[in-house]
Ligand binder design. Sequence first.
Ligand SMILES: Nc1ncnc2c1ncn2[C@@H]1O[C@H](COP(=O)(O)OP(=O)(O)OP(=O)(O)O)[C@@H](O)[C@H]1O
Ligand SMILES: Nc1ncnc2c1ncn2[C@@H]1O[C@H](COP(=O)(O)OP(=O)(O)OP(=O)(O)O)[C@@H](O)[C@H]1O
Ligand SMILES: [Mg+2]
Ligand SMILES: [Mg+2]
Lengths: 260, 260
Amino acid sequence: LARTVAVANEKGGVGKTATVVNLGAALSMEGQKVLVVDMDPQGNTTSGFGFDSGHDRISTYNLIMNPKEASAKEAIINTAWPGLYLIPSHVDLAGAEIELIKEMGRENKLKKALSGLRAEYDVILLDTPPSLSLLTVNVFSFATEVLVPCQTQPYAFAALDNLFDTISTIKENINPDITITGIVATFFDKRTHVSQMIMEKLNTDKRCSNLVYKTVIRSNTTIAASSDVGQPVVFFRKNSYGSMDYIQLAKEFLGRNGSE
Amino acid sequence: LARTVAVANEKGGVGKTATVVNLGAALSMEGQKVLVVDMDPQGNTTSGFGFDSGHDRISTYNLIMNPKEASAKEAIINTAWPGLYLIPSHVDLAGAEIELIKEMGRENKLKKALSGLRAEYDVILLDTPPSLSLLTVNVFSFATEVLVPCQTQPYAFAALDNLFDTISTIKENINPDITITGIVATFFDKRTHVSQMIMEKLNTDKRCSNLVYKTVIRSNTTIAASSDVGQPVVFFRKNSYGSMDYIQLAKEFLGRNGSE
Ligand SMILES: Nc1ncnc2c1ncn2[C@@H]1O[C@H](COP(=O)(O)OP(=O)(O)OP(=O)(O)O)[C@@H](O)[C@H]1O
Ligand SMILES: Nc1ncnc2c1ncn2[C@@H]1O[C@H](COP(=O)(O)OP(=O)(O)OP(=O)(O)O)[C@@H](O)[C@H]1O
Ligand SMILES: [Mg+2]
Ligand SMILES: [Mg+2]
């Protein structure tokens, strides 16, 4: 059965999308069959693989709002790279939040839609918006692992409190199988004091020190440049820091195989 | 009457909070009486001024959820700096989104709570979460200006489409006075191609070229360092790039005086 991993952090701009796109791609290079699911209305993961989230095609929006009309299998598109598949987002997803509120079983829509897929993939990675909204809760209801990108800056570190609380609430009320299985430091810059200080906090804080990946994602503009051409950095420029770090992260991710 | 300015961009991590905290502080240095309102459940603006958003005090949460029990005047706290006031956020604000949905007049809760304050300040700056949620719509219902921080990276530039659409919908249905009056480029790094490319796009794109501020906020780690000690960068280290850029932005902001 596939490992199902929600990549989440309420703090914005910490590298959630960069991690889903590039860890997903790096895992496919390791021979894993990977499905990426874009549950962010912004659709950055969708455009990070070179697709347009405004395009009229079956998306995560249809899976949660019109499950009778669209199946997950039909929503899956092939990316340009072998072993790497995508269920795209759509701009309509922004309206789904309000539409979902009044629905029965609103937290489990995504879980129902994706339930048959776990047998067909090695890893399913899900991108989330920067909020603890119903869209994110839908992802938490389906996934058994949470991977938390944490920018090495004060606001992003402070956001961990809320995320730990949210995950324990989800675990008690919606999904007993969910666990935070990893924290990955992002935007690390060894030249700046702030970055080193937050790295130190991550490595010493009792709540998270055992979760922190040894692999650190360094600050690297090639990651942003690769998003502009709709390619994961590991395919865009293999010898960049970004590529090396995500390839390293994929190896460490496989070594941890999902149990705590 | 005060200029009321929503600082917004659905894209996460683009410098919304940094702009509210530091532009607010720089404006107070110019002799303006400034009120900052934190409508982000993360409470980064509140901690950016040295306060704890977990602390039990009247916050934006009470103003929108229990208006009979708490008035805006009571919620205002003095910051450590003259002429600079804050209505703090509270962690409970995260739940307000779902609680608001079923309320009558849900978009206008904040507007009602803040209506009497415009006569007492020169500028009211409002921080928003990275989503086009009801909390953000409440801010758009009150403000007459929108200032958009745009990180000079592809995903942040792509987010402008959605924001322009959202503001025109708000203008038609909720608040006819709202207008995007400025876009400020943030995280600019003249050494990287991506940053220059996006800067070029901002300056040539017909929708926004007339809105872009001449002042550009450069990438500067002092801004993050200052957030760690709960001080605006203009007070934390006056001769840093961050401080110089935000002081310059304040002067240009005052020169534009809010009309298009
Ligand atoms: N390690 C890195 N070094 C430099 N730039 C990066 C890095 N990781 C991501 N970026 C860039 O920084 C910006 C923010 O990253 P990204 O969009 O992946 O964060 P996010 O958490 O998904 O944001 P959001 O909260 O809006 O969903 C993007 O422009 C991205 O290309
Ligand atoms: N010009 C800058 N140069 C370097 N770092 C910056 C700059 N502006 C902000 N930062 C830092 O980058 C991070 C993101 O900025 P900030 O939190 O202000 O963005 P935001 O848009 O408010 O994020 P969110 O979407 O989560 O509300 C913070 O750690 C902040 O201190
Ligand atoms: Mg993202
Ligand atoms: Mg913010």
